[in-house]
Design a protein around this ligand. Structure first.
Ligand code: MCN
Length: 793
């Protein structure tokens, strides 16, 4: 389904919400006017480069900085010994069994992953800083490393943190183990799979960068950052740097993509800030692409045994999941949440499953720390669920689409409480499946599959009926699950005396089109022209508070904060209008930006006229303050649970293992769409990343903890030609608990796509008895699966 974009001047004011208005962000991005962190110059600016470990595990016997210090243009070289502030990068999540070893911003006695910072060089220009790095001589004593998440749990595995008894970061469980075991005992059918959700590396276009300026006279620290959440940085940095929160000013200029990996606070940003505090001069750091590979948080890295139990007629009775999750060398900020509370609660998928049990052990390894990457925990869960569903269907000899339908949670069962601690807000799963089947021409497709098999050609169709939990997060629930900060969102709507509007939100868009969609929300609520609304984000000085952008939270939580603030503006304006029109407040109607007296529409004032009066302040209701601006801290009642059905159609050549896409259909339900074009773009981008994981991407380490896929030459980021043609459509099931009814879309495609692709390939190879292949499905792994399978013909 193609959606035509409309120019803002053509928007019907009544239909601003839900219009495919063109993104107002794009002209600056396309013309090069947009300013990124690395574009910013400050007078007297210096440059920082980082000495990083080339070893996965080593003790540091000494660091000789003398040659670097002598280099012309080098201003300072610092090692961990010089750090005079706490300097420990915090984690943001607690779990009952969690071990949280210190993560220094500069290593002192030991490095635990390749790329870990050991020293920094600050110089007058970036080339000298890099030359200085080459002159720093670190005397390492190489240690045995542990890399694989399961091997790390062996008693004799090299210890990542010598002060801990083992490499277990946490041991988490959810669900009813004994009821689940009982269900398996009595099940008519069971199926099991061992699968790996491989480690991947986010690849934002813009590498991370920081420009820090500490002003010794005032004690202010100004920080331009490639971040998804400036306020979270302001919240965390005081404990690292010993600078009070109100003296930290964080701004995210244009950010060239993040995909979750620009959420954490990393050592590098803290280091640039600390160096500026030492030198009293601005310090800029911009990662090279190799540094992003070695330092940006990596993701997934799960090893799982999953089982499904069914009764005689194919009704699911239970699911049992045991996962080992690789955490990397340290606990990055969301690391403890991702494989636990963002993973296990999604294991019910779209299905009514009486019993579920899940155990997750997190293991420390000598690898780059793991954190958010598009979907974070939910792609891993849905991969497990949807692979199990296909295996279950095969086991009971049912068509996979019908097996799904047979086990769906019914539309009347919402809100639906799962056995894994979440309550789905709303859902209606069959229409999305039906629409996908229609788009596929499913019956014909199956017939064609049979015919082609007779000709020695193998096409397959793979479904993914996914669920997603986003809109992070209700603070109470998140807190009970371990969050160390409230996850509400802040919105402020200011009517200016001239009738224009500036709205501020604590989220921080970095490609999602917030300035467009938020303006649509505010214009709709206030009844003002869309072009009269300006949106401000990503600046802790301008936006009082905020929690940033990740977990597809901005529409549901940020949008709701803005909608609530705008609603408060209307309520104050209504009081003023009532006063001025000499009518009772209850008799004032508001529509299309106009207040009028019920039954006497000629007695009316526009919201702009009311605003003028609010600032003129000569005739306001008794006791009312002048001005017209309102703020809201919106804390959602629950997560939102978007869903949909995606399906991939592929042809597989069993002789070569090559996979070719024939089709990809996606039917998503994200509630009402604020801007269908932006929603479509988000779905497309998400699917591209999901396909990337299914077919191409994998981060490989050798046994010493060296990152083998440390550059784009070795790590396959899919190109446009690798991405299938996509047909998208949607159904609309509003969330009952936010004012807009919206659910998030930013991660949906990435959560849905991998298993649609894997299920399609496995379906194509059914005649060969192939029932599972681990991602990425390379030509070689597909060819091997065909050749190793027992029933190869
Ligand atoms: N939207 C809408 N109608 C809805 C839901 C959303 O029009 N029913 C719009 C929103 O208003 C917003 C966009 O769609 O403009 C995405 O909204 P949402 O789902 O709330 O997600 P966030 O804005 O919070 O973005 C975060 C999400 C995540 S978690 C990752 S990862 C991701 C993603 O967004 N990273 C991205 N999309 C990305 N897109 C780009 N270009 N770059 C990234 O780094």
């Amino acid at each position: 389904m193609g959606i035509d974009t409309i120019e803002s001047k053509d928007i019907d004011a009544e239909a601003v919400l839900g219009s495919a208005v063109e993104r107002r962000e794009d002209p600056a991005l396309i013309t090069g006017e947009a300013e990124y962190t690395d574009d910013i110059q400050r007078p007297n600016m210096t440059h920082m480069a980082v000495v990083r470990s080339q070893y996965g595990h080593a003790t540091i016997e000494g660091v000789d900085t003398s040659a670097a210090e002598e280099l012309d243009g080098v201003l300072a070289v610092y090692t961990g010994e010089d750090v005079d502030v706490p300097g420990m990068i915090p984690t943001g999540w607690q779990l009952p069994s969690l071990k949280n070893p210190d993560r220094p911003m500069l290593a002192t006695d030991r490095v635990r992953h390749v790329g870990e910072a050991v020293a920094v060089v600050v110089a007058e220009d970036r080339y000298t800083a890099k030359d200085g790095v080459d002159l720093v001589d670190v005397d390492y004593d190489r240690q045995d490393a542990t890399v694989d998440q399961s091997d790390a749990l062996d008693d004799d595995a090299p210890r990542v943190h010598e002060e801990l008894d083992d490499n277990v970061a946490f041991d988490f469980e959810l669900g009813d183990e004994s009821a689940t075991n009982d269900a398996f005992e009595s099940a008519a059918h069971t199926a099991e799979v061992d699968l790996e959700n491989q480690r991947v590396i986010p690849n934002a276009m813009e590498p991370r960068a920081a420009l820090a300026e500490y002003k010794p006279s005032s004690g202010d620290l100004e920080l331009d950052l490639t971040t998804q959440n400036p306020h979270l940085h302001r919240l965390l940095l005081p404990s690292v740097l010993d600078v009070p929160e109100h003296k930290i000013h964080v701004r995210a200029p244009e950010v060239g993509g993040g995909f979750g990996s620009k959420s954490p606070l990393y050592p590098d940003e803290a280091l640039a800030s600390w160096c500026s505090m030492q030198l009293g001069r601005p310090v800029k750091w911009t990662a090279t692409r190799s540094e992003t590979y070695q330092t940006d948080a990596q993701a997934r890295a799960h090893q799982t045994t999953a089982e499904i139990a069914m009764d005689e007629d194919g009704t699911i009775q239970a699911v049992r999941v045991n996962t080992i999750a690789n955490i990397g060398a340290y606990l990055s900020i969301f690391a403890a949440a991702i494989p636990t509370v963002l993973y296990a609660p999604l294991l019910s998928g779209q299905y009514e499953i009486p019993s579920i049990y899940c155990n997750v052990v997190g293991s420390f390894t000598n690898t780059v720390p793991v954190d958010l990457y598009r979907g974070a925990g939910r792609p891993e869960a849905l991969y497990v669920v949807e692979r199990l569903i296909d295996l279950g269907a095969r086991e009971v000899d049912m068509d996979p689409a019908e097996f799904r339908r047979h086990n769906f949670i019914g539309p009347d069962e919402f809100p639906y409480e799962t056995p894994v601690a979440v309550t789905y807000d709303s859902g209606d799963y069959e229409p999305a499946l039906d629409r996908a089947l229609e788009m596929l021409d499913y019956d014909d497709l199956r017939e064609r599959q049979e015919e082609l098999r007779d000709e020695g050609r193998y096409i397959g169709v793979g479904f993914s009926s996914y669920i997603e939990a986003c809109g992070l997060a209700p603070s109470k629930i998140a807190g009970s699950l371990g969050a160390q900060a409230g996850l509400w969102e802040n919105g402020l709507v200011r009517m200016h005396p001239g009738g224009k509007v500036t709205a501020f939100c604590g989220t921080s868009g970095h490609g999602q089109g917030h300035k467009t969609t938020y303006a649509q929300i505010v214009a709709d609520e206030l009844g003002v022209p869309y072009d009269d609304v300006e949106i401000v984000e990503s600046d802790t000085d301008e936006v009082p508070e905020g929690r940033g952008t990740y977990g597809s939270r901005s529409a549901a939580v940020g949008g709701s904060a803005l909608s609530t603030s705008a609603g408060k503006v209307v309520e104050k304006a209504r009081k003023i209008a009532a006063h001025q029109l000499e009518a009772d407040e209850a008799d004032i109607d508001f529509e299309g930006g106009e207040f009028s007296v019920s039954g006497a529409p000629e007695r009316s004032m526009t919201i702009q006229e009311v605003t003028q009066q609010a600032y003129l302040a000569q005739d306001l209701p008794e006791g009312m303050e002048p001005g017209l601006e309102e703020t809201a801290f919106y804390d959602p009642e629950n997560f939102v649970f978007p869903f949909g059905t995606h399906a991939a159609v592929v042809e597989v050549d069993p002789e070569s293992g090559e996979i070719e896409f024939e089709n990809y259909v996606a039917v998503d339900d994200v509630g009402p769409q604020i801007n269908p074009k932006i929603v479509e773009g988000q779905v497309h981008g998400g699917i591209a990343q999901g396909v990337g994981q299914a077919l191409y991407e994998v981060a490989e380490y050798d046994d010493n903890g060296s990152l083998v896929t440390g550059s784009m030459q070795d790590y396959t980021v899919p190109k446009a030609e690798h991405i299938p043609h996509m047909e998208t459509d949607s159904t609309e099931t509003p969330s009952p608990h936010n004012p807009l009814g919206v659910k998030g879309v930013g991660e949906a495609g990435t959560i849905a796509a991998p298993q649609a692709v894997v299920n399609a390939v496995v379906d194509a190879l059914e005649p060969f008895g192939v029932d599972h292949i681990d991602m990425p499905l390379t030509n070689e792994s597909v060819w091997q699966a065909v050749n190793e399978s027992a029933v190869a013909d």
